[in-house]
Design a protein around this ligand. Structure first.
Ligand SMILES: Nc1ncnc2c1ncn2[C@@H]1O[C@H](COP(=O)(O)OP(=O)(O)O)[C@@H](O)[C@H]1O
Ligand SMILES: [Mg+2]
Length: 399
């Protein structure tokens, strides 16, 4: 890529390499990892360009040549290389390739670019210091107490069904995780599956069964034998050696799932089915059957569902009016709990969490918070939680 013009290829900002004052420029992996600011990133790009020229024993590629090669305006190229503007992701990736970065360097440089973008957004803490999961559960005392009681009851033979409902990011999965932890501690077998879009028949149920069966053999319970053909719809390897064609009654399949769940748990089982708003109708039919039949078994079923119109939410309403199921409609965490949660993720004390983070943290957009705003686009206090959409016909108390 040897060029001819050199008129516009000099470092017009005359910036020095970053690091200790007076230190020689030390371009390399460590300097890329140390990049935090736009000028540092631009210096790194220019160092790449110098190295590229040295390796080709030619002069440095000019802004004009880069512009001609990429089709971008020359001013844009200049701004990227002098640290006036942060190149968009695709352009940045192209640029470092043209400047001769190797594959490992490209990854490091992409990470450096992302870091600069994050810090430009105003994040006062480097993202690698943020933990987004694994932090302890905050608040939700009533729900946790309900889960504890339900787990205890299931382990003594009185099963039940719980639904966790609420908007996306409100903490349904986090509570389901807590339920799984409590159940594990109580000796229950935990089976977990999640529905997803696009909807696939029985996805959540198959995943839940496979989550256990992939690590253990088929239970040797003779009572289960008649149900293998039905279960083979969810566990494909069980089709091998079965003469009968898969049983296609959903009631038989639902009973088979219940029996299998009970059989795999010596002290009871917890079946967690997440995101029922995405579940297919056949899965919901099975869930509906389990709602009616769980209470007589050492079997607890916990389902999460978004509070938005869906067949899954309709099932919750119907189950609630029909049977003693427990439905928790999750409300947004209060400011104090949000501070606690954000502080735990950032490894700082709750009172060090800046105030603007709080209105934004009820949703998963929160890691993009900054001193003045949030990556979700909100800059002031977020909208008040407000009532459930009327289309949801929420059965739980309104705030
Ligand atoms: N009570 C809580 N305590 C700690 N972290 C929480 C709590 N509620 C939600 N989170 C965190 O917020 C994020 C979004 O929660 P999540 O459970 O995935 O929401 P949902 O399943 O309702 O969409 C996750 O990182 C989760 O760990
Ligand atoms: Mg979830």
């Amino acid at each position: 890529m040897a060029g001819k013009s050199v008129s516009d290829n000099t470092d017009s900002d005359g910036s020095r390499p970053f690091g200790e004052p007076g230190q020689p420029p030390g371009f390399g992996p460590a300097s890329i990892t140390a990049v935090r600011t736009l000028p540092e990133l631009a210096w790194t790009l220019r160092e790449l360009r110098r190295r590229d020229a040295r390796s080709r024993v030619a002069r440095e590629i000019s802004f004009r040549e880069l512009a001609a090669t990429t089709g971008w305006p020359r001013d844009a190229v200049r701004d990227y290389l002098t640290g006036q503007t942060l190149a968009p992701i695709d352009r940045f990736d192209t640029l470092v390739i043209l400047l001769g970065a190797g594959p490992a360097e490209r990854r490091e440089l992409a990470a450096a670019r992302d870091r600069v973008a994050d810090l430009q957004l105003g994040a006062a803490v480097a993202l690698d210091a943020v933990r987004l999961s694994g932090q302890s559960l905050v608040a939700r005392e009533a729900e946790v107490a309900g889960l504890q009681a339900a787990v205890k009851a299931a382990s003594t033979g009185s099963g039940g069904v719980m639904f966790l409902c609420g908007e996306a990011g409100i903490g349904k999965s986090r509570l389901a995780e807590e339920a799984a932890r409590l159940a594990g501690e109580a000796g229950l077998r935990v089976l977990r599956g999640r529905a997803a879009t696009p909807s696939v028949q029985f996805r959540a149920l198959s995943e839940a069964l496979l989550s256990v069966l992939r690590r253990s053999r088929r239970p040797a319970d003779p009572d289960l034998l008649p149900y293998y053909p039905a279960l083979s719809r969810l566990v494909p390897e069980w089709r091998v050696g079965l003469d009968a064609r898969p049983e296609d009654s959903l009631v038989v399949l639902a009973e088979a799932v219940l029996r299998l769940c009970v059989a795999v748990g010596r002290q009871g089982s917890l079946l967690v089915l997440e995101d029922l708003h995405d579940a297919d109708q056949d899965t919901l039919t099975v869930v509906d059957y389990l709602v009616d039949n769980a209470p007589d078994e050492p079997f607890l079923m916990l389902c999460t569902v978004r509070a938005q119109p869906s067949a899954g939410l309709d099932l919750v309403h119907a189950a609630r009016s029909r049977r003693a199921v427990t439905v928790y409609g999750l409300h947004r965490l209060g400011d104090e709990a949000v501070r606690e949660m954000a502080g735990a993720c950032l490894d700082i004390a709750p009172d060090q969490v800046p105030a603007p983070v709080c209105p934004c943290t009820w949703r998963s957009c929160w890691p993009g918070w900054s001193g003045t705003g949030c990556s979700c686009g909100r800059t002031g206090p977020g909208p008040s939680p407000g009532p459930w959409p009327s289309s949801c016909r929420s059965p739980w108390p309104r705030r």
